[in-house]
Design a protein around this ligand. Structure first.
Ligand SMILES: Cc1cc2nc3c(=O)[nH]c(=O)nc-3n(C[C@H](O)[C@H](O)[C@H](O)COP(=O)(O)OP(=O)(O)OC[C@H]3O[C@@H](n4cnc5c(N)ncnc54)[C@H](O)[C@@H]3O)c2cc1C
Length: 426
């Protein structure tokens, strides 16, 4: 690994990845592993603006659910074995519609699985991924920011804020929703504003979670609870509330994502603890027990934005730089990881077909576009449908979604395709 440079010397690499959070870091590790199997090693650079600490925008205090299909891919990339100890398995998911009759369950056992997915805390994942990068062949520029870039016929020239310059054949933008690469290249996104804000916090409940996750559609927006490791098992967590421990017998920790209209989210974010817990209890009910504590509340505006064509001359976009999803279905990183795997597959294939490979060639970039199109289009369509369908109180829609949820619980074979989508199987 190379850390922040202070030289104006031009470094030539095959692939430069801008952004080293979930998508960029997993891609860099995947490329380093792939490189050992190719006819020539790849020169890979990763440029990340922030060191992994609790101010990191991509490895912050959030927990995310990684679907079963993504665990399979991370295992194939040799990454999951390093993260496994951080995971809390989701064995069952309970889905319900507040105030209506519709509810259903998705269960791992009938599908022959140990878990439908795993919950991980991003801050901890970030430090493991950066430890692995330090042992790899990837040249890591961190903390360093790309401040300018020039598209050239044979690649891109990148200028970093520490004065370093890099030339790459292929530029990968993994720099998130407000991608600087996208702005420099004059590319735009389609944008849907759902007029919702998510409150994200860790909460403690009075009952053990037994590895259940919950998704509850309320009148104001969806509310999700993901089971977490208790504090005893999770000693490294930079937990905002000192009292937020669940090591006492019978308590459990969940990661809460609660989508609300922006003004209501603002009020609840700033409400005192008891008022917040009472509102949460009212919205969610008592299925998980009594909410007894909440940590720091953080809010995220909820939008869906995506690039219709996530490519440019010698450049591909992955993860949130290509599309930023509403967290309703917990698919953001899962879809981003499929971008990463799609790109790795296209590069591996190019090396099996030709002797001399230009990893930034127009053919390779277009193969990536074709490989990702169907999955991206259908995932984006499904999520917009879910958000609009379940945030709406128009009675035919309410009746339709409740009948849909009931049908899923009465006719278990129908659950398989739903579960497969939730688990990220394509
Ligand atoms: C509340 C919430 C809950 C979620 N829950 C889930 C879930 O359960 N399951 C799931 O799969 N997904 C979930 N997601 C989505 C998931 O968190 C994101 O899709 C994923 O973390 C995005 O990773 P990324 O690497 O693509 O982008 P980002 O995390 O945005 O990272 C971009 C990186 O680029 C760096 N960067 C930016 N500009 C520059 C520059 N000029 N130079 C160098 N570096 C730069 C930034 O520092 C940052 O580290 C959730 C999201 C939210 C908001």
């Amino acid at each position: 690994m190379t850390t922040a440079h202070n030289s104006t010397q031009l470094q030539a690499v095959d692939i430069a990845i801008v952004g080293g959070a979930m998508a960029g870091a997993t891609l860099a590790l995947g490329l380093a592993k792939l490189s050992t199997t190719l006819s020539r090693p790849l020169r890979i650079a990763l440029i990340e603006a922030h060191v992994a600490d609790n101010q990191h925008p991509g490895f912050d205090a959030r927990s995310i659910a990684i679907a079963h299909g993504s665990i399979f891919e991370l295992s194939r990339l040799g990454i999951w074995s390093k993260l496994k100890h951080l995971g809390t398995p989701i064995e069952n998911i309970h889905v319900s519609d507040r105030g209506h009759f519709g509810m259903t369950e998705l269960n791992a056992k009938p599908l022959g699985l140990d878990a439908l997915g795993q919950v991980v805390e991003l801050a901890k994942v970030g430090s493991v991924l950066f430890d692995e990068l330090a042992k790899s062949s990837v040249q890591v520029y961190c903390p360093a920011k790309v401040t300018d870039l020039q598209a050239q016929q044979d690649g891109h020239l990148l200028l970093l804020d520490d004065g370093s310059q890099l030339h790459c054949q292929l530029l990968v933008a993994a720099d998130g929703a407000h991608s600087v690469v996208r702005q420099h290249l004059g590319q735009t996104t389609e944008h849907v504003d759902f007029q919702q804000t998510a409150i994200v916090a860790n909460v403690v409940c009075s009952a053990p979670h037994h590895n259940w996750a919950y998704e509850r559609f309320t009148q104001t927006g969806p509310l999700a609870l993901l089971p977490m490791q208790n504090m005893a098992a999770s000693t490294q967590l930079k937990e905002p509330s000192a009292q937020l421990t669940s090591s006492a017998k019978g308590l459990s920790r969940y990661s809460l994502v609660w989508a609300l209209p922006p003004t209501q989210a603002d009020d609840l974010k700033n409400a005192d603890k008891s008022e917040f817990l009472a509102a949460l209890q009212h919205a969610f009910g008592h299925r998980a027990g009594r909410f007894v504590d909440v940590g720091q509340r953080v809010s995220y505006p909820l939008t869906l934005s995506y690039m219709p064509r996530p490519i440019y001359h010698r450049c591909v976009f992955v993860g949130n730089a290509a599309q930023t999803l509403h967290p309703i279905a917990g698919q953001g990183f899962n879809l981003g990881l499929r971008d990463v795997v799609g790109l790795l597959d296209v590069i591996a294939q190019a090396f099996t077909q030709q002797g001399e490979v230009d990893v930034g060639s127009s053919a390779l970039v277009h193969q990536y576009l074709a490989a990702r199109q169907h999955d991206r289009d259908s995932t984006l369509r499904n999520i917009e449908f879910l958000v609009r369908g379940f945030s709406n109180q128009y009675w035919p829609l309410v009746a339709g979604r409740n009948i849909g949820l009931r049908l899923l619980s009465w006719l278990p074979p129908l659950k398989r395709p739903v579960a497969q989508t939730a688990m990220g199987w394509r």
